[in-house]
Write a protein that binds this ligand. Structure first.
Ligand code: C2E
Ligand code: MG
Ligand code: MG
Ligand code: MG
Length: 293
């Protein structure tokens, strides 16, 4: 009897696994076609200083844009592209498009602030990644200081010291660096201190738990804000959805944020509405004083 139940369970698992593998294979094919046909799109989400809702920049978020097919988010397809190596191809496309879009806005007299592009640590470790970023900036004629690269804390921890070396080279180029999904990746204070990063982005799971006493939500966020302060880093909270979360974050000393409360990711023609006019001299308008390195 027990043996039979065991077999049944085994069969159930193999079927489930086969199904998962098949779905993966299907998505893999879909992604390859999307890369060939240019069926990805970029969305932009505003990043604000909380004190006065001044726009600090826009985060660039990639979307699959294949009409008639079920939507799949980047949280699902980026890991797959990291596994099959195609992340470099997508990453290069995203970087190029993002830099060109920022340039186009600046040419229109609109201040997009810093353009924040997510870069996978897998991509970062591939050899021509730095040259590709340099090339994207040069082609668009975008100052490196207008670009911020977001690397997840967990990706960074996995990639180890080779990634650190790349970060130092990027920072030397003038590119700004942010640690994404901060609080989920177990980095140490000592580690953060030796990285050339300028910003911590508190993962949205902590923002969601802010009012929850049982999870010590406020204590955790407060500690992360204090860590950022202690290391002279800017701190931004992700996933702000309610006025209550905003109020708590401000009370905890968090200076910047993004989230549905301020604006959902939107395609470029809609994101345009968030951009203030460009202030000429001094060099980078208000940005330089607002956003410390
Ligand atoms: P992320 O970098 O942490 O980006 C923030 C995610 O939170 C985005 O999800 C955004 O749409 C979502 N979000 C923003 N505000 C709110 C809010 O108030 N509530 C909630 N519930 N969610 C909010 P998205 O666009 O699905 O992207 C997921 C992840 O995929 C990103 O997380 C990033 O790690 C990755 N990703 C996105 N675009 C790229 C890309 O071009 N390259 C790479 N390598 N990764 C990317
Ligand atoms: Mg990000
Ligand atoms: Mg994030
Ligand atoms: Mg996140």
């Amino acid at each position: 009897q027990a043996k039979r139940a065991g077999r049944g369970t085994f069969r159930y698992y193999t079927e489930a696994l086969t199904q998962a593998a098949q779905q993966r294979l299907q998505l893999d094919g879909r992604l390859r076609r999307a890369l060939e046909r240019g069926e990805f799109a970029l969305f932009y989400q505003p990043l604000y200083r909380l004190a006065d809702r001044q726009l600090l920049g826009l985060e660039v978020l990639v979307r699959l844009d294949q009409p008639g097919l079920p939507p799949v988010g980047p949280a699902e397809f980026i890991p797959l592209l990291e596994d099959n190596g195609l992340i470099c191809e997508l990453g290069a496309w995203v970087m190029r498009q993002a830099c060109l879009q920022a340039r186009a806005w600046l040419d229109e007299g609109l201040d997009c602030g810093r353009i924040a592009v997510n870069v996978s640590s897998v991509e970062l470790l591939r050899d021509p990644s730095i040259e590709r970023i340099r090339h994207a900036l040069d082609e668009a004629g975008l100052p490196a200081s207008r670009l911020e690269i977001e690397i997840t804390e967990s990706g960074l921890m996995q990639a180890g010291s080779p990634a650190e070396e790349v970060l130092h080279r990027l920072r030397a180029m003038g590119v700004r660096l942010a640690i994404d999904d901060f609080g989920t990746g177990y980095s140490s204070l000592a580690y953060l201190k030796r990285l050339p990063v300028g910003k911590l982005k508190i993962d949205r799971s902590f923002v969601a738990d802010l009012g929850d006493e049982a999870c010590h939500g406020s204590a955790l966020v407060g500690t992360m804000v204090a860590m950022g302060r202690g290391l002279d880093l800017a701190v931004l909270a992700e996933g702000i959805e309610t006025e209550e979360q905003l109020r708590r974050l401000v009370a905890l000393g968090c200076e910047a944020g993004q989230g549905y409360l301020f604006g959902r990711p939107a395609p470029a023609p809609l994101a345009r509405q968030w951009l203030p006019p460009l202030q000429h001299a001094p060099a980078q308008g208000a940005l330089a004083s607002v956003w410390p390195d």
